[in-house]
Design a protein around this ligand. Structure first.
Ligand code: E4P
Length: 214
């Protein structure tokens, strides 16, 4: 499973990028707004840091508007992927982008049926949201498992990006469920580093070695 970072903060991308494990970036309008910058400007910076798919979301609600925005964003860099919200107009836009060889990430997927429609329209990626389903008492991971089963049985090449990740367990369960990608927030990447036995072990090794010298 590939690891993307889910942020529009360039410093966070740079820091996690230095670990050598990042293969892509996803952003959304809320994350862009948090940075207080223009989408195009953020994209221009991110493509210089990470080599891999970088999702930039369109804001238009009509397919024609999505197409205008998406074509302009895709001009910025070949790695830009157009993030399209799941809806009827979104499907029409995805189909057209597909015909134009522009990669898409269909976002806000909350059911296997939505994932299947997005894939059939030609989406390069689908983004099912785990955390937001858990938040309303559903089991987000069931959605990943179901989509994976449908895509494998149907020989569908659309890749699954497990999104709305809330903690390290989500990342591990997504990998076990066969998700192609998990898009992980900065905070969760930092949480994934930790294990008390590792920290204690390092301290113990240093103490023992220093003691031997003394
Ligand atoms: C996906 O690409 C979205 O940016 C993101 O994962 C949404 O997560 P949230 O539910 O934490 O806002």
């Amino acid at each position: 499973m590939k690891l993307f970072i889910d942020t529009a903060n360039v410093e966070e991308i740079r820091e996690i990028g230095e670990w050598g494990i990042l293969e892509g970036v996803t952003t959304n309008p809320s994350l862009i707004a948090k940075e207080g910058l223009k989408l195009e400007d953020v994209m221009k910076e991110i493509v210089e840091i990470v080599e891999g798919p970088i999702s930039a979301e369109v804001m238009g609600l009509k397919a024609d508007e999505m197409l205008v925005e998406g074509r302009a964003l895709s001009e910025i860099h070949p790695n830009i992927v157009i993030k399209v919200p799941f809806c009827e107009e979104g499907l029409k836009a995805i189909k057209k982008f597909h015909e134009e060889n522009i990669k898409t990430n269909c976002t806000l997927i909350f059911s296997p049926a939505q994932a299947l429609l997005a894939a059939k329209a030609g989406a390069t990626f689908v983004s099912p949201f785990l955390g937001r389903l858990d938040d309303i008492g559903h089991v987000g991971m069931d959605l990943i498992e179901s989509i994976k089963k449908i895509f494998v049985k149907g020989n569908i090449s659309t890749e699954i990006i497990s999104a709305s990740i809330r903690g390290p367990q989500h990342v591990i369960q997504a990998a076990e469920a066969g998700s192609d990608i998990a898009t992980v927030p900065y905070k969760v990447f930092k949480q994934m580093l930790n294990h008390p036995l590792t920290e204690n072990g390092i301290e113990q090794f240093i103490r023992d070695y220093e003691g031997m010298k003394g």
